[in-house]
Design a protein around this ligand. Structure first.
Ligand SMILES: *[C@@H]1O[C@H](CO)[C@@H](O)[C@H](O)[C@H]1NC(C)=O
Ligand SMILES: *[C@@H]1O[C@H](CO)[C@@H](O)[C@H](O)[C@H]1NC(C)=O
Ligand SMILES: *[C@@H]1O[C@H](CO)[C@@H](O)[C@H](O)[C@H]1NC(C)=O
Ligand SMILES: *[C@@H]1O[C@H](CO)[C@@H](O)[C@H](O)[C@H]1NC(C)=O
Ligand SMILES: *[C@@H]1O[C@H](CO)[C@@H](O)[C@H](O)[C@H]1NC(C)=O
Length: 179
């Protein structure tokens, strides 16, 4: 009896130990340490309005206020900065999704539900507070963190990557509570 239980435990331990190796997130070939906005490795001729590799270089939006009240110039200026910031946001978002996929594979390997509504609320509230802290509004931050579907997009990405690296039949209904 005791032997059977020990054998069972051994079998279980083997299963648990082997599942992570067959279920590990493999990042895209585009996710490399030299592929970031402004990286010299990209041989880019793209001109950004500030050093895109340094957060401290991003100016406050008033740099676009035209001293002569030229609204056309202001709009063009704002778009230049928005494009540069979008490059950084896209990069950070892709990096963030990589970590979401690691979390997803980990949850899958331990048979834990991907969707954790309390965690989702914490992320949305945290983003709201951070966006407020850095100079915009809580409401806009909450949209970015959760209500704007970032969390649901990440969960869907987790499901997709689990299908690729863990279980091709894996499905979870990611119910979006945002539109
Ligand atoms: C890498 O990025 C390029 C665009 O820069 C895209 O066309 C390509 O599909 C990406 N590769 C992968 C594996 O996602
Ligand atoms: C950048 O240039 C180097 C040297 O010419 C080359 O080896 C590398 O593949 C280029 N990288 C890209 C992303 O084009
Ligand atoms: C841009 O910022 C990065 C990070 O601080 C720094 O390594 C790099 O030298 C800066 N580039 C220029 C052109 O100032
Ligand atoms: C306003 O700015 C635009 C874009 O820089 C420029 O083409 C235009 O000549 C400017 N208008 C005046 C009245 O200075
Ligand atoms: C995984 O969790 C589900 C739901 O809690 C449960 O029904 C199932 O038996 C678990 N599977 C394993 C292998 O532990």
């Amino acid at each position: 009896m005791a032997l059977t239980i020990r054998l069972l435990l051994l079998l279980l331990a083997t299963l648990v130990a082997s599942s992570p190796s067959t279920c590990t997130f493999t990042p895209s070939a585009n996710a490399t340490i030299t592929n970031y906005p402004g990286s010299p490795a990209l041989n880019t001729t793209k001109n950004y309005p500030y050093n895109i590799s340094a957060l401290s270089e991003i100016p406050i939006a008033t740099v676009c206020t035209s001293p002569t009240g030229n609204r056309t110039a202001e709009l063009a200026c704002a778009r230049t900065y928005i494009d540069a910031i979008d490059e950084q946001l896209a990069f950070l978002y892709a990096r963030r999704l990589g970590y979401a996929a690691v979390a997803g594979a980990s949850k899958f390997a331990t048979n834990t539900s991907l969707n954790d509504p309390s965690r989702n609320d914490v992320v949305a509230a945290g983003m709201a507070a951070k966006v407020l802290k850095y100079g915009a509004t809580e409401a806009a931050g909450a949209v970015m963190g959760g209500e704007g579907c970032m969390i649901y997009a990440a969960l869907e990405y987790e499901v997709e990557t689990i299908r690729e690296s863990c279980d091709s039949t894996f499905t979870v209904d990611v119910e979006r509570v945002c539109e």
